[in-house]
Ligand binder design. Structure first.
Ligand code: FES
Ligand SMILES: [Fe+2]
Length: 295
């Protein structure tokens, strides 16, 4: 599907990538909202993980992608003439300058994008001005909890089409047919859900979910609450006794006609990690069903 949206909202936080994708001293180039962005994580003196940063992936000298150069854990080196840039986007070194040459390199910088990292989620702000709010995050999560399962998939459509899959219950019995979710003849049941307002969106109030293999594995009597934060973050919180599972989904525009859909699962149930080798391909298959209908 290739119906273009007239514009992309910029003055909001977007989910950029899982923090785990950025190892200390490494960078990752991405196109986000049609702009080339170089994301990276600095390395501390003892080799540990530093802060995440994001700068425009274009050298202000002759416009080559900085991602084609190198990163030493502190500075990005342009591949063309070796100019160096700090994570703030500030130019720090021009190798061809000779002593005595009166040139103020502090006037040179590439754009820096504000970023935040919370619970292993990296958020980016691509608005013209500095952010006037903090990213939505998942404040109910324990501070040290990180995702146990991650799937990131490119959808060939605008964010407007990708986001519908997050709030459209009518497609579920038709698209998500599989042995691990729903099988057999399509059965439609009338259901009523209660909604209430929540920051920048709305929340489907806590209810007992339909019986699926996933919920059967969790055992007990799971209850789920699903919150939507516009334009594209969905968090499902499943509570089973004293334990919780959070299913975080975010849609991020690559450009007007391509959208990245990211699904990350968090949980406080230690034994669930045993299921990761099986659950990971299933999660990819499930998300692929949403993507394939749009292809
Ligand atoms: S193009 Fe980057 S240093 Fe010249
Ligand atoms: Fe779906």
């Amino acid at each position: 599907m290739s119906v273009a949206t007239p514009f992309l909202l910029k003055d909001i936080w977007y989910f950029a990538l899982p923090g785990n994708d950025l190892k200390p001293g490494k960078t990752k180039a991405k196109v986000l909202l049609g702009e080339p962005v170089l994301l990276g994580r600095t390395k501390t003196k003892d080799g540990g993980a530093g802060d995440v940063f994001a700068i425009r992936d274009i050298c202000p000298h002759r416009g080559v992608p900085l991602s084609e150069g190198s990163f030493d854990g502190q500075e990005v080196h342009c591949p063309y003439h070796g100019w160096r840039f700090a994570p703030s986007g500030q130019c720090t070194h021009i190798p061809s300058l000779v002593e005595g040459q009166d040139f103020d390199i502090t006037r040179i910088r590439t754009r820096r994008y504000p970023v935040r990292e919370q619970n292993g989620l990296v958020w980016i702000w691509m608005g013209k001005d500095e952010p006037d709010q903090e990213p939505p995050g998942m404040p109910e999560l324990p501070a040290d909890l990180r995702p146990s399962l991650t799937e990131v998939m490119l959808f060939p459509c605008s964010i407007d089409h990708a986001v519908i899959g997050l709030i459209d219950p009518g497609h579920v019995p038709f698209i998500h047919r599989s042995w691990y979710w729903r099988n057999g003849p399509i059965r439609l049941k009338e259901k009523a859900k209660e909604f209430g307002p929540s920051p920048y969106g709305f929340t489907m109030k806590r209810h007992k979910p339909a019986t699926t293999l996933l919920y059967r594995i969790l055992g007990g009597a799971p209850e789920t609450e699903i919150s939507f934060r516009l334009p594209g973050v969905r968090v499902e919180h499943v509570r089973v006794g004293r334990h919780s599972v959070w299913n975080f989904t975010a849609v991020t525009p690559i450009d007007e006609i391509r959208t990245e859909v990211s699904n990350l699962l968090f949980w406080t149930i230690p034994w669930l990690k045993l299921l990761v080798p099986v659950a990971k391909p299933l999660m990819g298959h499930f998300l692929g069903q949403d993507r394939d209908i749009l292809t």
